[in-house]
Design a protein around this ligand. Structure first.
Ligand code: HPA
Length: 288
């Protein structure tokens, strides 16, 4: 019996990446910032903390995806983070807009983005997302540093690539040194930052309570529909990865709430300012 017909991943030509790097140099500067931040649900207000930002639309970058969700076109901005003292903070790239695997069934929607950032000279990818909590100690609004992940979907954005470097070591996928620094910076700021394991599910439907009980047995602390493919791509491209999750709900069966996208967005909006404060403090202090 043959399995379900899965179309092969879309080929991404080296030409598209090279043309994208040219466009990034032209629009945003010859020198890439060290850090690129990929904004997930709830983390959007970070973009407003950039000073002197220059922005380019994904649509003008050949290797970047065309986004459909909610009419959000996708933008890449580069600027200096505002600091409390007024002095310009570090120069960072901020990516607003992600292609999710649940949109196409393919996990490689962000391949061109990650490869282009690495080719431009970015050194670290800081990912943010919204997630469901499996822990009573992490209520909606809580923030979690991702220590490790479970690729429950067992799909890879590297399928179809050639070369020995596709066999990527994932034993320290989330950079231990960056995690240590982040925990220290959060503590200095007096912010509570939990830590745990993020399980990637395909979605777009939320999980069943039985699936959440299974995830708990497997060792997950939070569950979400993003991040893992980009972490794999980033490690393949030689980028260091740091990732933060914002809990927007207790996972299915762990509370009486009905799960919905609107509910996720509502909680995310309420928690965004505190989350972005923490993220700014971390970005200002990280030594890459
Ligand atoms: N499950 C999966 N993804 C999510 C959730 C959830 O409960 N909340 C936010 N993203």
């Amino acid at each position: 019996m043959s399995g379900p017909a899965v179309p092969p991943p879309a080929p991404l030509s080296g030409d598209a990446v090279a043309a994208t790097v040219d466009a990034l140099r032209q629009h945003l500067g010859a020198t890439a910032p060290e850090i690129a931040v990929l904004l997930g649900t709830g983390w959007g207000p970070l973009a407003a903390r950039l000073q002197g930002a220059q922005t380019v639309a994904y649509a003008d970058l050949p290797a970047f995806p065309r986004l459909a969700v909610g009419g959000h076109a996708g933008t890449l901005s580069v600027g200096h983070l505002a600091t409390a003292g007024g002095a310009p903070g570090p120069r960072v790239a901020v990516l607003a807009g992600r292609k999710h695997a649940y949109e196409t069934g393919q996990p490689d929607g962000m391949k061109g983005v990650i490869q282009s950032l690495a080719a431009w000279g970015v050194k670290a990818l800081v990912q943010t997302n919204a997630a469901g909590s499996l822990e009573a100690t992490m209520p909606p609004g809580a923030l979690m540093l991702i220590d490790d992940h479970i690729n429950l979907v067992q799909a890879s954005p590297l399928v179809g690539l050639k070369g020995d470097d596709r066999f990527v070591d994932m034993s320290a996928a989330y950079c231990p040194a960056l995690r240590t620094q982040t925990l220290a910076l959060a503590a200095q700021a007096g912010a509570t930052l939990h830590r745990g394991v993020y399980a990637w599910v395909l979605g777009p439907q939320f999980e069943t309570p039985a699936e959440i009980r299974m995830l708990k047995v497997l060792g997950a602390n939070a569950v979400g529909m993003s991040t893992v493919p980009e972490t794999i791509l980033a490690r393949h491209a030689g980028l260091r990865v740091l990732a933060l999750s914002m809990m927007t709900n207790m996972a299915a069966g762990l509370s009486d709430e009905t799960l919905s996208h609107a509910h996720t967005m509502h909680t995310a909006q309420g928690a965004a300012d505190r989350a972005v404060d923490l993220l700014c403090g971390v970005l200002a202090g990280l030594k890459i």
